[in-house]
Design a protein around this ligand. Structure first.
Ligand SMILES: [Zn+2]
Ligand SMILES: [Zn+2]
Ligand SMILES: [Zn+2]
Length: 159
């Protein structure tokens, strides 16, 4: 049984294996480059970020310790991620608000997180509109009411 498996495995031409690994590696590199440029894009426009100085942490502005290439610490990295990526920001807002609706105080089993400043087409893409201080935990009922009044305000502004 082993004999046939080895025979099957070795029947794959080594060249195509190599090509496959090459493609995989290229895809990984491209994904991590996209990730890096996404962080740069966010930092460039973020009012919470420190001034851009080589050798300093872009989040707190402290000098980078030896061996650190971007963030001075894991906590600065986490803080940046929590303020720009929706899933993280949402979780952080829920924790900060003690999983309690900030309008009526209900601790509903299903809570939602509202953008105090409406997203206005920015969607759930990573961005500064997810800053945790712009988020609030609401129960379903309050969220519906708040969203409704936000829409009315927006409509009035646009008109
Ligand atoms: Zn830092
Ligand atoms: Zn509520
Ligand atoms: Zn930001």
């Amino acid at each position: 049984m082993f004999g046939t498996d080895i025979a099957a495995a070795s029947s794959i031409p080594r060249r195509s294996l190599k090509r496959w690994w090459g493609a995989l590696a290229r895809r990984e590199v491209r994904a991590s480059l996209n990730w890096v440029s996404e962080i740069d894009r966010l930092l460039a426009q973020c009012r919470e970020a420190a001034a851009h100085v080589v050798g300093e942490c872009p989040w707190c502005g402290r000098p980078l310790p030896a061996g650190r290439r971007r963030w001075c610490s894991d906590s600065c990295r986490a803080d940046f991620v929590d303020n720009h990526f929706w899933g993280h920001a949402r979780e952080r807002a829920l924790k900060r608000d003690d999983r309690t609706c900030q309008h009526c105080g209900k601790q509903a089993p299903k809570l939602e997180v509202n953008h105090i400043e409406p997203r206005r087409g920015q969607g759930y893409r990573a961005g500064c509109h997810h800053h945790v201080d712009l988020l609030e935990t609401l129960c379903r009922t309050c969220h519906v009411a708040v969203t409704h009044s936000q829409r009315l305000e927006y409509a009035a502004e646009v008109r």
